[in-house]
Each structure stands twice: as structure tokens, then as C-alpha cells.
Design a binder for this molecule. Structure first.
Ligand SMILES: C[S@@+](CC[C@H](N)C(=O)[O-])C[C@H]1O[C@@H](n2cnc3c(N)ncnc32)[C@H](O)[C@@H]1O
Length: 224
């Protein structure tokens, strides 16, 4: 699963690049780092026969007609469960993860790394990204962040918290997916209140401004 960094832009060189997943993740990733896709496959009802991001959408059966040596598949999905489901269907076609297909989190690393480097004035850590990604795959509670978002959270905390005075609070903690990743990725880890208040309204976003009461210490609480 790519223990060492290999830019996706290198992996796809000379290959026919095919996207797997014609949803939001495809559009967002292509906007950040566009790859020249031949087409996209997606088995969601009604998508085959349409176009997405300017390329045709087919059912995933089309992949079995391709010469395996000539293609590279990018999984455009953010949830580990969906990525694993797609990966197992690619494994059945004898494609190898990291060699003939990858998930788009690797593209997110590639597109974010140069911008982050400017912000933190240091090269972002591939090892930290790798740990955050594996953690999301194997250990994490349900999370609403995309995989590279979890890595970004740890990278920013580790690089910025020493420079910026004051306490740190996470607003929008949900079930703590990002916080968990700090255990192995941030020193010292952001474990719990009172040092790091973890806040969530569990009620989505509102248009109007809400006056938030003072932060209650020593508890993971739900703001009104
Ligand atoms: C994208 S999710 C965050 C994902 C989370 N950090 C994780 O690791 O899974 C955004 C969260 O922000 C919360 N939220 C939305 N508006 C809020 C507000 N005004 N105050 C606090 N939390 C809010 C939502 O309930 C939701 O759980």
C-alpha cells in the first residue's frame, strides 16, 4: 500500500488512467490536481452513459475489457469502507494496490504538500501522512473528514501549536476521528479536555451567527 512516497503523477506515466467513482470526490480531486482520465466507472444507478468531469462514465464491467498492463485506476472516494469495497473489486481483476491503482488520498497529499510547505516553512511529512492514512483505514472511529484532511489536521497541530500561544480547541470534533490520529502523529497528542476542549453541536451548520457560551472544562460537550 505504498509505504514510500511515489507521486501519483509518476505512477500514471504512460498508462491509460481510469477513475473509479463519479461523485464529489472526483470533482474535488480533479479541481486540485487534474489527471488526464480516459473515462470513469461507477455502478450507481443512472450514471453509466453520462459524463463526469468532462469524461464518459461507464459501468465497472468495462474494466475487465482492458489490458491490465496498460491501465492505472484512481479510486475517487474518501470513506475507507468505500475504498476497500472498490479495492477488493480491483483485486479480483488482479490489479495491485500502489502499482496499478491507488485511492485519491495520495493525490490530495500531492496537491496539498506544496501549499502546506509554504505555510509551515518545512516539508510536510510523508511518514505522518502514511500513519494517518493507515490509522484511518484500520483504527479510526467513524470520521467525517477525508483521509488527507486527518493528516492535514495533525500536520498543522504539530507545526503551528508551538508557534501560536494559547490553548487549542477542536470545533466540530464529531466522533473524534481526527483527535485519535494525534495519538501517533502529534507530540504531545491532543487527547482530551481540559487542555484541548473538543466541541460539537451535532446539529449541522446554521446560517445565523450563534453566541457560544464559555467553554465548559473537563468534558466533551455539545454546544447548544
Ligand atoms: C466535517 S465534520 C468534522 C469531522 C470530525 N473532525 C472528524 O474527525 O470526523 C463537521 C462537524 O462540525 C459540527 N458542527 C457544525 N456546526 C457547528 C458549530 N456551529 N459548532 C460546533 N460544531 C459544529 C458538525 O456537527 C460535525 O460533526
Amino acid at each position: 500500500m505504498l509505504k514510500h512516497q511515489m507521486p501519483v503523477t509518476e505512477l500514471v506515466r504512460g498508462k491509460k488512467v481510469i477513475g473509479y467513482g463519479a461523485g464529489l470526490s472526483l470533482y474535488q480531486t480533479q479541481a486540485a490536481l487534474p489527471l488526464a482520465l480516459a473515462y470513469v466507472v461507477d455502478d450507481a444507478p443512472g450514471l453509466a452513459g453520462t459524463t463526469a468531469c468532462g469524461v464518459p462514465v461507464y459501468s465497472s464491467e468495462r474494466l475487465s475489457t482492458e489490458n491490465r498492463a496498460e491501465i492505472f485506476v484512481v479510486i475517487y472516494a474518501d470513506s475507507p469502507a468505500v475504498i476497500f469495497k472498490i479495492a477488493s473489486s480491483l483485486d479480483r481483476l488482479n490489479l495491485v494496490w500502489g502499482e496499478q491503482y491507488v485511492d485519491c488520498a495520495l493525490i490530495h497529499f500531492e496537491s496539498m504538500a506544496p501549499r502546506l510547505k509554504r505555510l509551515i516553512e518545512a516539508p510536510p511529512s510523508w511518514q505522518r501522512f502514511h500513519r494517518a492514512r493507515i490509522q484511518r483505514f484500520l483504527m479510526s472511529p467513524e470520521s467525517r473528514s477525508f483521509i488527507a484532511g486527518t493528516w492535514l489536521y495533525t500536520e498543522l497541530l504539530d507545526n503551528c501549536s508551538a508557534r501560536v500561544p494559547g490553548d487549542i480547541a477542536e470545533c466540530g470534533v464529531y466522533k473524534g476521528g481526527n483527535v485519535l490520529s494525534t495519538v501517533t502523529n502529534v507530540t504531545p497528542p491532543v487527547l482530551a479536555p481540559p487542555d484541548h476542549p473538543l466541541i460539537d453541536r451535532f446539529a449541522g451548520f446554521e446560517r445565523r451567527a450563534v453566541r457560544t457560551p464559555p467553554i465548559k472544562k473537563r468534558s466533551l460537550f455539545s454546544a447548544p
